[in-house]
Ligand binder design. Structure first.
Ligand SMILES: N[C@@H](CCC(=O)N[C@@H](CS)C(=O)NCC(=O)O)C(=O)O
Length: 286
């Protein structure tokens, strides 16, 4: 029934959009059951005025459907929407497992574990210069240009002003920062890596195994996978080297010498990477 098709607003490089793609794969949706509209984050298309009407946060993913009163704009809600349509529920029925799943989801979505740290920040001049010569430089610049454009065209829109301030701080670090500002940025980066390492250790203590909250794959697994894949990829791991934690560990060790990702996370990753949905969505890290 064509009119029942839902639309997923997605981007291949968006970790949280891949929560939805894992859900689609797990639940066996066929590609003609739904439509995917690509919103290119590298071109800052998520800041287009038209897209903000769908998702006022300007983030990916979003999902619209004739069966919904309003768009879904959080990956957690989108996965639950897909989950409810068919098959065994990905939301644990056991209250304890459900609570642990929610704690895991909240943790990987928390500021402490943001992958923006890995993608956009730097520990020192060497890393900063590498970022400035990489796609992240184009990304930060394109975002700022689109935000300034949006602010001029829609001066009363509540999104563009605050967002251009927020991105503008990063933009200046990439383009015109003084030595003092860069040194402060590097200190912030070290603080954030300390929190990131603590968050990874916390995740290790929450995991039940073989999957995130026990014997069944649940929604918690489908939130950890895209986040960890993006972190491994962003740290510079060869995309086909899916089981290699060494590059990410080396990056964290710049702040925390001797840091290693704990064995339970590695075991969980090895288990989840053998599942059909993982193989479909993550033939490589991204
Ligand atoms: N809480 C949201 C977060 C979505 C989110 O931050 N998505 C990223 C891509 S993975 C994004 O769109 N970032 C663009 C931006 O923040 O400007 C969710 O889980 O769906």
């Amino acid at each position: 029934m064509a009119q029942e098709k839902f639309i997923l607003y997605s981007f291949v490089g968006s970790q949280w959009a891949n929560v939805a793609h894992l859900g689609l794969a797990e639940k066996g949706f066929k590609s003609d059951d739904y439509e995917v509209k690509e919103v290119d984050l590298v071109k800052a298309e998520n800041f287009n005025h038209e897209y903000l009407k769908i998702n006022p946060n300007g983030t990916i993913p979003s999902l619209t459907s004739p069966s919904l009163e309003r768009p879904l704009i959080e990956s957690t809600d989108i996965l639950r929407f897909l989950d409810e349509t068919r098959g065994t529920s990905l939301v644990p029925s056991d209250p304890k497992a459900k609570e642990v799943a929610q704690k895991i989801i909240d943790l990987v979505h928390s500021n402490d574990l943001t992958t923006n740290l890995i993608l956009l920040q730097a520990h020192d001049h060497e890393e900063m210069n590498a970022k400035r010569s990489s796609m992240w430089n184009d990304f930060v610049r394109a975002r700022q240009a689109k935000l300034e454009e949006g602010k001029t065209a829609h001066p009363n829109h509540p999104f563009y002003g605050p967002k251009s301030e927020e991105n503008g701080a990063l933009y200046r670090l990439y383009t015109s920062a003084s030595e003092d500002e860069l040194q402060r940025f590097y200190e912030t980066t070290h603080d954030m890596y300390r929190k990131f390492a603590t968050g990874l250790d916390k995740l290790d203590t929450l995991l039940v195994l073989p999957y995130a909250v026990g014997d069944q794959v649940t929604e918690a697994d489908f939130h950890i996978v895209p986040w960890l894949s993006h972190a491994l990829w962003g740290a510079g791991t060869e995309p086909s080297d899916v089981q290699n934690f060494g590059t990410l560990e080396a990056l964290i060790q710049k702040t925390m010498p001797g840091f290693e990702v704990k064995p339970r996370i590695k075991e969980w990753w090895s288990n989840i990477s053998k599942t059909r949905a993982f193989k479909e969505v993550y033939p490589q890290l991204h």
